[in-house]
Design a binder for this molecule. Structure first.
Ligand code: URP
Ligand code: ZN
Ligand code: ZN
Length: 458
């Protein structure tokens, strides 16, 4: 039986029109006004509401062994939270450590998600070591439909690669036609600065940002861009946090380097004063690159509005308060990460579109369409068109609420955006034509999500 979503304002990255959407066999089969549909069709009234393509989060961590612990999430919980917040597909970082076998890690990550995720998903494959087996293993992973890589210039001896390994990864990525995403911070400088600060007795969370200053991120970004340029690869800078790193990336872009830029939710809304709060309050807001001086926030917003920053992810990475307290004696031991998978769409809609002058089509582009295009999901995902998957978000712009750990659906025991007001929320969220969430409640089928296999993009 089909489904009709009737009378909404259909908003994509390019267009806006009032109309109906008819869904059959998991895809959009017609778009128009006053559509005639077969008897028995389920009708969803979208009058007075916006209809967006399902949102795509291009940067999440769900299963993550990291900093002597594991991110506190499951695919079941994270996907439900994602759907309630309007995200219908996420791309998870598959991150075996440097001592693990990459292929075994890949299969382990896949197994965790399979049959458990309520929304669709894909992976970026992290290359955390480059040895004699890597080329064959990565070819197998690409053949399996995971057509984007991830490297860390930071986290030395754990996820981090050296320059030689970065070069080899980028050369192979260029040969295979896949995009390489990168965490850009200079590992050596971070390590040295951390030791220096600790030796001076500067152990609190407020010293995390000074241990990874803006210049350290700008250096990583410049070096990654140079390697991308010299290998003929295509690069994607993840979680860019500050003006100097933005300048480095834009400088590379304008000289013709194939480089794309992502920033993530915390860097648009939170500044380093959150991480300077006393005790665990500060630790909750530790991530890398760190929350920055507040003068960076308008720069990131302007870059997003003009499209220099192309995508907005979350870098969802939950550790609970007990885990954060592992770093009570030394900020270097605080597990890095801030969750946000449930809140990205509502917060970016509120502080971008409603209050910040972000064009609504750029909003859709940055939170859905552009990631779909860059990572080989488009036009199956990332738009509303005949033949596309019926991943749709009927959005209630009249809803008013407040972000709180007490009402969130993720399994973490805090929310980094506690107390932020939101003006808008998904009323209905479908994944391939099935209603999975309604008005802040998961109403769907657990395990419905599928891994979306992708072709090389380049
Ligand atoms: O602090 C962060 N970002 N945690 C997750 C790992 C990463 O660097 O993306
Ligand atoms: Zn990172
Ligand atoms: Zn990340």
């Amino acid at each position: 039986m089909g489904m009709l979503i009737k009378g909404g304002e259909i908003v994509t990255a390019e267009s806006r029109m009032r109309g109906d959407i008819f869904i059959e066999d998991e895809t959009v089969s017609a778009i128009g006004s006053g559509l005639t549909v077969p008897k028995g069709t389920e009708v969803i009234d979208a009058a007075g509401k916006l209809i967006f393509p399902g949102f795509i989060d291009p940067h999440v961590h769900i299963h993550l062994p990291f900093m002597a612990t594991f991110a506190k999430d499951t695919h079941a919980a994270a996907s439900k939270a994602a759907l309630i917040g309007g995200t219908t597909t996420f791309i998870e970082m598959c991150c075996p450590s440097r001592k693990d076998d990459a292929l075994e890690g890949y299969h382990a990550w896949k197994q965790k998600a399979e049959g458990n995720s309520a929304c669709d998903y894909a992976f970026h494959m992290a290359v955390t070591r480059y040895d004699a087996q890597t080329e064959a293993q990565l070819k197998e992973i690409v053949k399996d439909g995971t057509t984007s890589f991830k490297i860390f210039l930071s986290y030395k001896n754990f996820f981090g690669v050296d320059d030689e390994e970065m070069f080899q990864t980028l050369k192979l990525a260029a040969k295979l036609g896949v995009i390489t995403t990168a965490h850009c911070e200079n590992a050596e400088l971070v390590g040295q600065l951390q030791q220096q600060l600790l030796a001076e007795g500067k152990t609190g969370a407020e010293w995390h940002e000074p241990s990874r200053p803006e210049a350290v991120e700008a250096e990583g970004t410049t070096r990654f861009a140079t390697f991308v340029e010299q290998t003929g690869a295509t690069g994607y800078v993840v979680h860019l946090s500050c003006a100097p790193a933005l300048r480095a990336a834009v400088e590379a872009k304008v000289r013709g380097v194939n480089l794309h830029i992502e920033s993530v939710l915390p860097h648009f809304l939170l500044d380093k004063s959150y991480a300077e709060r006393a005790g665990v309050e500060g630790m909750k807001h530790i991530m890398s690159p760190p929350l920055r001086d507040k003068r960076n926030l308008p720069v990131l917003w302007n870059a997003l509005k003009t499209g220099l920053i192309e995508t907005v992810g979350t870098d969802h990475c939950p550790f609970d308060k007990e885990q954060k307290l592992l770093g009570a004696k030394a900020f270097t031991q605080i597990p890095n990460g801030i969750p946000g998978i449930e809140d990205r769409v509502n917060l970016m809609y509120t502080y971008g579109v409603k209050r910040g002058g972000l064009d609504i089509h750029r909003f859709v582009d940055a939170l859905s369409t552009r990631a779909a295009k860059l990572f080989g999901l488009y036009p199956r995902k990332g738009t509303i068109a005949v033949g596309s998957d019926a991943d749709l978000v009927v959005y209630d712009t009249k809803y008013r609420g407040t972000i709180s750990a007490a009402t969130q659906h993720g399994i973490n025991d805090y929310n980094g955006f506690e107390g932020f007001a939101i003006e808008g929320r998904p009323a209905v969220v479908t994944v391939r034509g099935k209603v999975q969430a309604r008005d802040g409640v998961f109403v769907g089928e657990q395990g419905r999500g599928r891994m979306i296999r992708r072709e090389p993009q380049l």
